[in-house]
Design a protein around this ligand. Structure first.
Ligand SMILES: [Zn+2]
Length: 304
């Protein structure tokens, strides 16, 4: 297909490519459900194929993202056991993120965004389940981010008049994002440890912010840290108030454990995973806040 006919399709059917992005996102979300379940257990993500907890393989027509869960009303066809609403939620969330990304960026940058946002979704749910982020979504994602920046300089808004120059500029922006992002979190973690006399942030968070920086530059990494703290504070306040008023844990409370790793009710001093908050803020930055935040930092830097 030549570019002219692609442009023709896009102008005659403006919904066609966004709908494709939605469908790709739903399928990737379905795959992420497997990743979220199997990667922390160090199981293969390819084989065996999807199967029910009762051991029956799931047929392809019962494995269509979002639709199958609705058609079967959240129950397995083989044994009737309930499937968590989280499966279609992850599929729908990924589909919406992919569509938003497609509508915001040129196709190449949108595909880079899919890699970042898909990884953020997987890391979020693994961190909620296990309170760890596997290295593939921190170190691995950072390496992928730097390589993509060198290949597709537009990822960091570098114009492409001279590819080599743009590529180097974007590569530098990406490496700066890794170093400044992870360095900032490392300093916050060290200071908090000195003040609170206990571990406040995991090393996984340090590496995870580095990965966000590789795609978003240092401004995005800084935004993820402070935006993430804000998201976490609001989330904690809502869940904690819910718990106080109703006497029960909020259904969407972040999981919490004692510093020794025992599950506990949400309270001050309990450990909650910070990865999801970083991912929410980092994802919002990539999709919506890049231009205004970069402009703000440019204004502030004039002061010094
Ligand atoms: Zn079954």
């Amino acid at each position: 297909m030549n570019p002219a006919s692609i442009a023709e399709i896009a102008s005659a059917f403006p919904w066609f490519f966004p709908l494709c992005a939605f469908a790709v996102g739903a399928c990737v979300g379905s795959f992420l459900n497997v990743v979220i379940y199997r990667v922390p257990k160090e199981e293969s993500i390819v084989s065996p194929g999807s199967h029910c907890a009762c051991g029956q393989p799931i047929k392809w027509h019962d494995n269509i993202p979002i639709l199958s869960w609705l058609a079967l009303r959240g129950r397995a066809r083989c044994c009737g056991r309930a499937f968590s609403i989280r499966y279609p939620f992850v599929e729908l969330l990924t589909a919406l993120l992919f569509t938003a990304c497609w509508l915001q960026f040129t196709p190449l940058v949108a595909v880079c965004g899919w890699i970042l946002l898909g990884s953020l979704v997987a890391a979020t749910f693994i961190d909620l389940d296990h309170m760890i982020i596997p290295d593939v979504f921190t170190l691995g994602l950072a390496v992928v981010g730097v390589i993509l920046s060198l290949c597709i300089p537009a990822l960091h808004g570098q114009p492409g008049d001279y590819f080599v120059v743009a590529s180097l500029r974007a590569g530098v922006a990406s490496v700066q994002g890794v170093l400044i992002g992870s360095g900032l979190v490392l300093w916050i973690a060290l200071l908090a440890e000195a003040v609170l006399k206990k571990e406040a942030m995991g090393f996984g968070d340090v590496k995870f912010v580095g990965a966000i920086g590789a795609f978003c530059g240092w401004q995005g990494a800084v935004f993820a840290v402070f935006g993430g703290a804000l998201v976490g504070t609001v989330w904690f306040a809502i869940a904690w108030t819910w718990q106080k008023v109703s006497g029960k844990a909020s259904p969407v409370a972040p999981p919490s454990e004692t510093p020794e790793g025992e599950p506990t009710a949400l309270a001050f001093g309990a450990h909650v995973p910070f990865g999801p908050m970083l991912a929410i803020a980092g994802g919002l930055y990539f999709l919506f806040f890049r231009a205004p935040v970069a402009a703000w930092f440019a204004d502030v830097s004039v002061l010094f």
